[in-house]
Structures are given as C-alpha cells and as structure tokens.
Ligand binder design. Sequence first.
Ligand SMILES: Cc1cc2nc3c(=O)[nH]c(=O)nc-3n(C[C@H](O)[C@H](O)[C@H](O)COP(=O)(O)OP(=O)(O)OC[C@H]3O[C@@H](n4cnc5c(N)ncnc54)[C@H](O)[C@@H]3O)c2cc1C
Length: 366
Amino acid sequence: MTSCAIVGGGLAGFTVHATLRHGGLATGEIAVFGDNPDPAAVWQRRAASIRQREMRSESDGHCYPTSFPGLAAREALRRRTPGPVLRSVCDRYRPSVDEFLAHVERLREHSGWDESFHRARIERIRAVPGGFELEGHGVFRHVLVAPGHPGLARPFELADDPRAVHAYEPHPYAARVAVVGAGMAAATEWRNALETGSTVASVRRREPERRPLNLPRPLFTRRGLAGFHATPPAERVEMLTRLSKPSYPPGQSWDEPLERARREGRFAVAGAPSDADQIICATGFRRGFGHDRLLARLVNEHGVDTAGRWIVLAPDSTVPALTDERRTLALAGAPAQWAFPAADTLVGMKFAAHAFLRRVSRCPTR
Ligand SMILES: Cc1cc2nc3c(=O)[nH]c(=O)nc-3n(C[C@H](O)[C@H](O)[C@H](O)COP(=O)(O)OP(=O)(O)OC[C@H]3O[C@@H](n4cnc5c(N)ncnc54)[C@H](O)[C@@H]3O)c2cc1C
C-alpha cells in the first residue's frame, strides 16, 4: 500500500507534497492525483486574467515546507540587498507574481513532484479497513483532498448575456466596462480597465471592507486560531459567512487612480450594468462542498458531519469520523475553512500540510 495520496495537483497539493518530502517521505510513498502536472497552472491563468503583478500574500506566501526563510529573505540574498527584508518587517513586502512562479518552478524540481504526480481525476473516495480506496487507483492509508474551489460563480441574471465574462478568464477591456463585485479581483479590474482608457461602472451590492490580507491578521496567528476553534458551530458558520464578504487592501495605490478617474467622469458606482459594452463578473467562486462532486459524494456516502456549506473538520484539518491513529482523511485549500478560515491562502495550505505530516509521522504503520 502506498502510504499517502493527495487528490488535487494545485498549489495546495503541491505544498503538502513538499512538506511530506521534507518530513522524510520518498516520492514513491506519495501519489498525487491531478489534471495538470504544473501545480501553478490553474492559479496562473486566473492571476494572469486579472493582470495580477504582485502577490496579495507577504513573505510567508510560498510553498516551501518551512515558513523561514520566506520569499523576502531569499530575494534579499539573491539580489544582495536588505530592501525586501526591511519591507517585510513593516508588512510592506509583496513578492511579484514572477518571483512566486520562479519559486514554484524551483521547488517542483527540487521536491521530485513529477515523480509522484499521476494524471488522473478521482471520482470517489471510499473508506475501507485501514485506509481509503480511490476508485480505480488503489488503497491509501492517508489521504489529503485539495480540489480547489468548485468552479467560478456567475450572477444568474447574466448567464445568457453575451457581454459577460468572468474576471478569472482571459479577456481584453471594452470602452465602457461594468465590473460586478467589490473584492480584490474587482478592485484590480477597476484599475486595469481605467489604465487601458475605459470608463468603469462599479456594480456592487455592498461597500467592500479594506484589509491588507484577505482575512484579519489575528486569524493567521496561533492565538487567533485557538479562539476560532473554540467557537460553537452555529457561531462559526456565521463568522465564516461574514469573513467571506468582499475586501481589498487599503492604500493610495488603490485609491488614487479611482479618485482621479471619478473626477474625470470615468469611474462611478452603479446599481446595474445597463449600457456597458462589457460586463466583467468579479464574483469569485461557487461556495461550499455541495458544488464539488467528489466531496459531496464523500459526505453523502460516509455520513460526514457538515455545518452550513462547510465540512466539519478537527482543528488539524482532518475529518474526525474518518481519521484515527492508523488512517487519515484530511482537507486542504478552500474546502478546509472549518479548521483554518484562510485555508485558501498559501499560509493556510502550509497549516494543513504540517498537520497532515504530523498525523502520517505518528502512524505506527506508515
Ligand atoms: C487570482 C488569484 C490570486 C491569488 N493570490 C493569492 C496570493 O497572492 N496569496 C495567497 O496566499 N493566495 C492567493 N490566492 C489563493 C490561492 O492561493 C489560490 O486559490 C490557489 O490556486 C488555491 O490552490 P488549490 O490547490 O487549493 O486549488 P487549485 O489551484 O484550483 O488546484 C486544484 C487542482 O485540483 C484538481 N482537482 C480538483 N478535483 C479533482 C479530483 N477529483 N481529482 C483530481 N484532481 C482534482 C483541479 O483540476 C486543480 O488542478 C489567489 C487566488 C486567486 C484566484
């Protein structure tokens, strides 16, 4: 029996693989199942669609198995300048997308990712004595599922509108653009379209919050997480729902171009897209395990505990009913929010990866 399987070959699966390798597992002891051998492919397409040039995450937003040294220290060493580290100390360091992608490429080679990778889609996970059967691919003692978001969310009323395109799909900008949404992708698209000379209508249901990271900083700390884990289920559902509201970072580089465009009559908040030539849906992803076939099946067939749209997880990101000292079923990435509210960040992926490694290492029959 191969010891570990990772279902999903995106950045979360990649981070988990690197962590297991760092923990002493050989490439042959880990099977990764995914659609694309390039772990950054899905992310890169989305980031390129909104012309993202800098990461939203900071120095610790990487896939290496240990947090330190982060991207700031590595860039400082490579460029022989303290600048990145000094900016990082004041939470002002944002690695460029190119810097991040180069790091993924280096780690891909170094970790032996391609030796563990199998191009296959897993349709069903079945608990069997001592492990889990991944339909058609064998039985594994420890399985971590990292399938990413279950598809893009599009406003129902725009489903048949030929002017509509999702922000995370490649697109140019028309002369009169309406951007639906008010989070990070929307804010990036306001700037992009204005830079190309378009007039922009921002269609939003609520005012966005302004936060440097996509969740409040305390939720990335041990203490903040302990408080989150102590929150009763109903309150936790309410909290996660609240935290999923749109936000983008504060700062002049965001505000100044909008202010200028507003004065020029090229930027306004609107109630509807009305006369726009193009409607960019910066409306993010579908939400909840129910939209993911594999997870929905796992829940239905094994009576896995859920709350609202979330799968209930132990604080270490494992599914309690299917995990004991001899086998592990864990989640990482967006579906793991019950254990780590910022699960869909590189820091959150590392949290799930380390917890999984601890489980695997403790198992008497790895
Ligand atoms: C535009 C954008 C910018 C972002 N910027 C940052 C940032 O700066 N910092 C940060 O920390 N985070 C950022 N994020 C968040 C996060 O890093 C990304 O969402 C990341 O892509 C999530 O990785 P993932 O592996 O969970 O999912 P994905 O990248 O979606 O990968 C999941 C993979 O699993 C495969 N898969 C799914 N189901 C199955 C199955 N049943 N069998 C086999 N394979 C399957 C999918 O095909 C896919 O290849 C950003 C997200 C977006 C969209």
